[in-house]
Design a protein around this ligand. Sequence first.
Ligand code: AQP
Length: 328
Amino acid sequence: MTTSRVFSGIQPTGDPHIGNFLGAIQNYVRMQDGHDAVYCIVDLHAITVPKDPEELRANTLRLAQLLMASGLDPERCTLFVQSHVPEHAQLGWLMEGTVSFGELSRMTQFKEKGDRSEFVSAGLFTYPALQAADILLYDTNFVPVGDDQRQHLELSRDAAQRFNSRYGETFVVPEHVIPPVAARVMDLQRPDDKMSKSAAAENGLVMMLEDLKSIEKKFKRAVTDSDGEVRWDPENKAGVSNLLSILGAVTDQDPKNLAEQYTQYGALKVDTAEAVIAKLGPIQQRFAELQADPAETSRLLRLGAEKAREVATVVYERARTNIGFLQP
Ligand code: AQP
């Protein structure tokens, strides 16, 4: 029996928040078992918005340590940095020849990020082509990411199918795996908006490495509504439903069932804060331990890149042959 391959990427653009954790990282950890799991810290994507070089280097190492502290085990998965595997950029160019200007123009994330940025790089626009390359480079079957990545994943599937029909069978067409709960964690202060690193209201954003007391305060101040009934209804009760889905994702329970156990917003807020703190506390401790030995993290990342290249070079070779590049 062949094991299915899972691939996902995460940007080293500052410490992750609990949306990144519940929408992505927690599932990365789960999917290490029973799959051939490949996880990539996508530094090539990070530079689509200009970054301070020292900060980027430090953030890349910190993110690797935080992923390991969260439970990614380099023995059970492949964890590496995107720029350490040059085939990502190489296949990225082939994907730029595969997806169209019109398709890229329809990507809502580009519109949102482009509107917010002073300098809009060409890379920010073609980002989904590189993302398609990341995924297709590993003959990926499943891609665990949050709901916000749905449109990009659809483009990766279209790119794989188009390339296959133009040049012959080359890529596996990947499938999206969206977590059943907390696929879209919302801002605690503006529950109609996705929790995001670039959020304007800092009180709505809960970071994975945040002081635990501060996390408790933010949950206690979370915006709810004035009707006073605890009910699972994301459309009309975004704040309360967000708390239920966070509590559900952290404790592995169905938010609808959880709703029936509460009559007071206050108790729901306290229990959600406690559950999040119980989850993040041990991760923060392991992270502090890993920070003491950055050379070991770098060594593990180098091994991860070697493991990744064993697959990436084979798939890239298949793509370059099929597209018609002359052998050197
Ligand atoms: N609010 C969220 N709820 C659930 N999942 C989320 N993800 C991001 N926000 C939420 C998932 O996290 C993974 C890593 O994504 P990324 O590294 O591309 O980060 P991002 O999407 O750029 O994160 P932000 O916070 O939204 O950053 P900005 O503000 O820069 O746009 C992905 O799987 C994503 O789905």
